[in-house]
Design a protein around this ligand. Structure first.
Ligand SMILES: [Zn+2]
Length: 233
């Protein structure tokens, strides 16, 4: 097997060679200051199988979800699960069942339109309605655990900022977040509710998040990795 190419070599005071693969699939190698290049290449070659696997996984995750064209058979994500778009003459209203997102056939005719009545409009409206109901239920769940109550829930169309909390207690969540796995949605919700107690990102703020999600750091990292997928909806 060919030695994987090192995209970024970082020398430091560390004692051993560390390998990581970015979400774009680039190989980052951290190595002791004076370790010969041949020794670094040996370490990379030894773990070539793992590196290739990781690179393929990450590139697939980034590239498997191009912007939707709303064609039959396209894959969508809902709470981390795949949904396959299927146009049916037998359905009047959009709904999901058994991993299929059923859309009335008449929406297909207007697939190119962006206005209401198009497939895109119908699917987005469905996502927004599902998002509102799901977010409201999780806000209730975590609000009770944390002893806080938001005043209102607004859905935003943001693609980089998944949530925000206004000083009046209103919480805004990006509807596209409903594509993410439930544990990542919960992280955003617990985060915004914690802002009802603490406006900043202080140690005390993170302690509030930790109180309901002890593994919040892992979730925060995963949300960062997942974000490119969410923006494609
Ligand atoms: Zn925050």
């Amino acid at each position: 097997m060919e030695t994987p190419r090192i995209d970024n070599l970082i020398r430091s005071e560390r004692k051993s060679v560390g390998l990581s693969v970015t979400r774009e699939g680039l190989l980052v190698v951290r190595a002791p200051k004076r370790l010969p290049v041949a020794a670094i290449e040996d370490a990379v070659r030894e773990r070539a199988g793992w590196i290739r696997k990781k690179q393929e996984e990450n590139r697939a995750r980034m590239g498997n979800f191009p912007p939707h064209a709303y064609e039959e058979g396209e894959r969508f994500l809902f709470l981390g699960e795949g949904l396959t778009l299927h146009y049916s003459a037998n359905v009047k209203k959009i709904f999901s069942s058994g991993g299929v997102l059923f859309v009335p056939m008449e929406k297909r005719e207007s697939v190119r339109k962006t206005a209401r009545g198009s497939a895109r409009g119908a699917v987005e409206a469905w996502y927004k309605a599902e998002a509102r109901a799901y977010f409201a239920s999780r806000l209730g769940h975590f609000g009770a655990l944390m002893g806080v109550r938001h005043t209102s829930l607004r859905l935003s169309s943001a693609v980089t900022r998944w949530g925000s909390c206004a000083s009046g207690g209103g919480i805004s969540l990006a509807w596209r977040l409903i594509s993410a796995p439930p544990e990542l949605v919960d992280y955003v919700i617990a985060h915004e509710l914690a802002h009802l107690k603490r406006r900043d990102h202080s140690v005390a703020f993170w302690a509030e998040v930790f109180g309901v999600l002890p593994d919040y750091k892992k979730r925060r990292k995963e949300l960062g990795e997942f974000s490119p997928v969410l923006t494609n909806l």
